[in-house]
Write a protein that binds this ligand. Structure first.
Ligand code: PMP
Length: 368
């Protein structure tokens, strides 16, 4: 057996953007149940996805997610594999024909990936972009040039690399609204009824990578265009409880545990409160210490991903090395932007923020 990690105040905090830290209680439950799920004598990993045992997980996980987000009855919850990236294609393939126009807001790396993929499948109109500002702000809703007959309007709720987040759902009128919520899913309450499709990859806020959940309004299902592979048709998942083929059962199970954990913690209102507290503390420290800075427009700073730079980038290597020695892991910024990034999702306890700030203060005192 490897060494046991402490259970309460952790000696290591993982600030990775994803796969990311999961709630300790979830990891412990998964560990305790790993060899024998609920007296079945076998592991969840070894269990048929069509067994009566797994059916319990299918049912419970969806019920918990529906309760958390108060998902209206006219929405399907789909458990899909292929990561959030699969949705970059699945959205246009299910919601457009080749001649249709889809509207996209270009807010950074992940919007760009979605746009690039959508362009392979339909016409894309960029309603606004913040490229000139190096994606450090979000274009004001009033400035968006929406198409008259867009099949949908798409935005990235939180840019994981850039560290910008929409703090309000943009108005879309009659146009179906689609959002990639991969990196802020379940960190705040959301009015699902305003959306046509919401999707989120699991590996930030609720489970192991590979799994993506799509919440899709029923009337939009069943319109996939001709020739699309079976596994890219929302209807195939909607028809069969996402069990057309073998789903990522272990990831699904862990997602279910995380949904239960969030409910036990007080639901999305509690998650939001904690997210606000964590982010406020960290930004406040960065803003008041000359050695560190965060370049993002304060109105749209992400509560989940906090990029920051040191006054002297020659110190980046020492910062990362010493942080790691202090149990503060994976703080290196994305290779495309450099600097540092602290990803602080639902599972990050406030002690993790305190430990990071203590270290940053000490480092600044020694090198600033
Ligand atoms: N969208 C966003 C906002 C992301 O942060 C990521 C992954 N970091 C993706 C999409 C792609 O997810 P995946 O790697 O699961 O395909």
């Amino acid at each position: 057996m490897g060494s046991q990690r402490p259970t309460e105040s952790l000696s290591v905090y993982n600030f990775g953007a994803g796969p990311a830290m999961l709630p300790r209680a979830v990891m412990q439950q998964a560990q305790a149940e790993l060899l024998d799920w609920h007296g079945s004598g076998i592991s969840i990993i070894e269990m048929s996805h069509r067994s009566k045992e797994f059916a319990v997980i299918v049912e419970q996980s969806e019920a918990d997610l529906r309760a958390l987000l108060q998902i209206p009855d006219n929405y399907k919850v789909l458990f899909i594999q292929g990561g959030a990236t699969s949705q970059f294609a699945m959205v246009p393939l299910n919601l457009t024909g080749p001649q249709d126009v889809a509207d996209y807001v270009q807010t950074g790396n992940w919007a760009n990936r979605a746009i690039k993929e959508a362009k392979r499948h339909c016409r894309v109109n960029i309603v606004a972009n913040s490229e000139a500002d190096n994606y450090r702000s979000l274009p004001a809703r009033e400035s968006w040039q929406v198409s008259e007959q867009a099949a949908y309007l798409y935005y990235t709720a939180n840019e994981t690399i850039g560290g910008v987040e929409f703090h309000a759902v943009p108005e879309s009128g009659e146009i179906p609204l689609v959002s990639d919520m991969t990196s802020n899913f379940l960190s705040r309450p959301i009015d699902v009824s305003r959306f046509a499709v919401i999707y989120a990859g699991a590996q930030k806020n609720f489970g192991p990578s590979g799994l993506v959940i799509a919440i899709v309004r029923e009337d939009l299902i069943g319109k996939v265009r001709q020739g699309v592979p079976t596994l890219y048709d929302y209807a195939v998942y909607a028809k069969d409880n996402s069990l057309y083929n073998t789903p990522p059962t272990f990831s699904w199970y862990v997602a279910g545990l995380t949904f239960q954990w969030i409910r036990q913690q007080g639901g999305l209102a509690a998650m939001e409160k904690r997210a606000i507290a964590r982010a406020a503390k960290l930004y406040q420290f960065i803003d008041t210490n000359d050695f560190y800075s965060n370049p993002i427009d304060p109105a749209c700073r992400s509560r989940m991903n906090v990029p920051f730079i040191l006054a002297d980038e020659a110190l980046d290597g020492s910062f990362l090395e010493q942080a790691e020695k202090n149990g503060l892991l994976a703080l290196k910024g994305h290779r495309s932007v450099g600097g540092m990034r602290a990803s602080i999702y639902n599972a990050m306890p406030e002690q993790g923020i305190d430990a990071l700030i203590d270290f940053m203060r000490d480092f600044a005192n020694r090198y600033g």
